[in-house]
Design a protein around this ligand. Sequence first.
Ligand code: ADE
Length: 256
Amino acid sequence: MVKKPLGIMAALHDEIAGLLAVMGPDAECRRIGMRDYYVGDLYGQRCVVVLARLGKVAAAATTVTLLREFDVRAVVFAGLAGGLAQGVHIGDVVVADALVQHDLDARPLFPRFEVPLLGLSRFPTDLRMSGVLAQAAADYMVLGLSRDIDAETRDLFAIGAPMLHRGPIASGDRFVGDAGLAAALLSDLPGTLCVEMEGAAVAQICYEYGVPCAVLRTISDRADASAPVDFAAFLHRVASRYASGILQRFIENYTD
Ligand code: ADE
């Protein structure tokens, strides 16, 4: 029996460019709903790679297409995030154990953060996939990072010894660039490691379809007033290397 492919998503082009280069010109490209889905072999596995673009609607629509049109057996999402919890620094990596939509609020009809009529606010990721992803991130930070990112860039972003964190992530349709707002998010959702704009939508769709998923985030900023500048600089100088390096190791080692 032919094995179903793995679905690989990212919010920004830089994060999948490396994988698309490895897939090469032979990858089949199908355009659906203004997105290009590249089907091909990556590090020994059949994969579908797609740029989801930013925000929860974009992420949900892309996930549904991966599941229904390509019948992927699992979904992994890679992107950037703003650090919220203390000790989550620029250059660190977060692997989600659960995701919540921080901007979902149907009170007084339903409790804050709860997805109406589903009765859930936190969507779990797959434990085994997340374990392989976390190991891939840890290996990359020890073995690949210093080779891929020069010393000057590592100094610029103060990423001498980046850390791997595992825990909850909050997603919402806004870029958080305000320390007050970041503090409020953390107080409303204690323990949240970082904030981004897609992960909870991917996790909700995968939950509803019963397909395992994992979410990887590299911290590009601290969700404060310097976030837009930090984000842009990080994206161009660092993000693509992290994403390709970690996803390569994940694909090589993920078996099911
Ligand atoms: N992605 C990266 N940084 C972010 C931030 N500060 N807010 C939301 N999404 C992000």
